[in-house]
Design a protein around this ligand. Structure first.
Ligand code: F6P
Length: 358
């Protein structure tokens, strides 16, 4: 008998169920023996506390288009992995115990960066683990794209589209805050797709004078309104010059999020009427788009193939449009940032979008 476990960890995204469907259907369709499926509830917490349910083919039928995760999820920060739970339970030994007691042959872990680090740790403890790159943020190193990303771009783009009509009626500047604390993939892509005039990313520190210049140029060109798409982690050049500790303190002291701070400055410096729009967690919500459903299916199939071949300790990845397997140790702990010199940034600049850096 082949015994497999599944868990979804970290912030959710639209294509988690579609990915699990891909894994399970492939395993069931190709295994040479009977298969027992365990679904762990609420991420690594389910593995720590032995909270799981046995699942079957029909649990994964009809979930292709269903957002969220049928297993539930939670965050188990990697930096606290060796700190016992509040009730004294030790996380890593408990996870190993659950895995061993269920005699698992393989654990499929759908998660982002922190969760993949934990997967690598479990793998180094001797468990057979396969990771699948989940996150709307698209910041997982080792893969060109993560599932959740394109659906999130769509939500953020639609949000910008819908703001534009009211922005135009009132001749206002809108500062729209898009998810991405450390990396700016969603604000970059949604900003370009939504026709933003200014895009501010964590990877490209801005100078407010350049932001104002871009808004005033748009006004002079006859644009009635302006859209400033800012990442949650947008950072000014002055802030980028602070030490990590000083910057953290500054962010913690903010009463509201970065968009409000930027909006206040834009209003003061331009005299324009400025409003803030924040799609927030809707960016992780709803059904996966078609591209995500395809990527999720491909990731699921590739992960299942690895398991059926007896290969573990890797993360499924899509590189130059091909599915491949990247060793967990090569991925763990690395973030994939937007390259300020990348084609899309350069193209956006060429057609007049400001990133506030020049
Ligand atoms: O990791 C995905 C993400 O949606 C980030 O883009 C965002 O900054 C963060 O999670 C929000 O976290 P939470 O769901 O804990 O509020």
């Amino acid at each position: 008998m082949l015994r497999i476990g599944l868990l979804t960890s970290g912030g959710d995204c639209q294509a988690l169920n579609a990915t699990m469907r891909g894994i399970v259907k492939t395993v069931l369709n190709n295994a040479q023996e009977s298969v027992k499926i365990y679904g762990f509830e609420d991420g690594y917490q389910g593995l720590i506390y032995g909270r799981y349910r046995t699942m079957a083919w029909d649990d994964f039928s009809g979930v292709l288009t269903q957002g969220g995760t049928i297993l539930g999820t939670s965050r188990t920060p990697f930096k606290l992995l060796d700190t016992p739970e509040e009730d004294g339970v030790k996380k890593v030994p408990s996870m190993i115990k659950t895995y061993r007691e269920l005699k698992l042959d393989c654990l499929f872990m759908l998660g982002g960066n922190g969760s993949t680090k934990t997967a690598d740790r479990l793998s180094s403890e001797g468990l057979n683990v396969i990771a699948l790159p989940k996150t709307i943020d698209n910041d997982t190193w080792g893969t060109d794209i993560t599932f959740g990303f394109t659906s999130a771009i769509d939500v953020a783009t639609t949000f910008i589209d819908e703001i534009k009509t009211t922005a135009s009626s009132h001749g206002r500047v809108f500062v729209i805050e898009i998810m991405g604390h450390k990396v700016g993939w969603i604000p970059l892509y949604a900003g370009v797709a939504g026709g933003a005039d200014v895009i501010l990313l964590p990877e490209i520190p801005y100078d407010m004078r350049n932001v104002v210049k871009a808004i005033e140029k748009r006004d002079a060109d006859g644009g009635r309104f302006a859209i400033v798409a800012v990442a949650e982690g947008a950072i000014s050049k002055k802030e980028a010059a602070l030490s990590k500790k000083e910057y953290k303190r500054k962010v913690a002291a903010r009463k509201y999020s970065v968009a409000y701070e930027i909006a206040e400055q834009v209003a003061a410096l331009t005299g324009r009427e400025v409003r803030v729009g924040i799609p927030g967690h809707t960016q992780r919500g709803g059904a996966p788009d078609a591209q995500d459903r395809i990527l999720a299916t491909q990731c699921g199939v590739e992960a299942a193939r690895g398991c059926l071949e007896g290969q573990y300790g890797f993360m499924v990845a899509k590189v130059r449009n091909r599915m491949c397997r990247v060793p967990l140790k090569d991925v763990a702990g690395k973030l994939k940032y937007v390259d300020p010199q990348s084609d899309l940034v350069c193209e956006a600049k060429l057609m007049g979008i400001s990133f506030g850096d020049e």
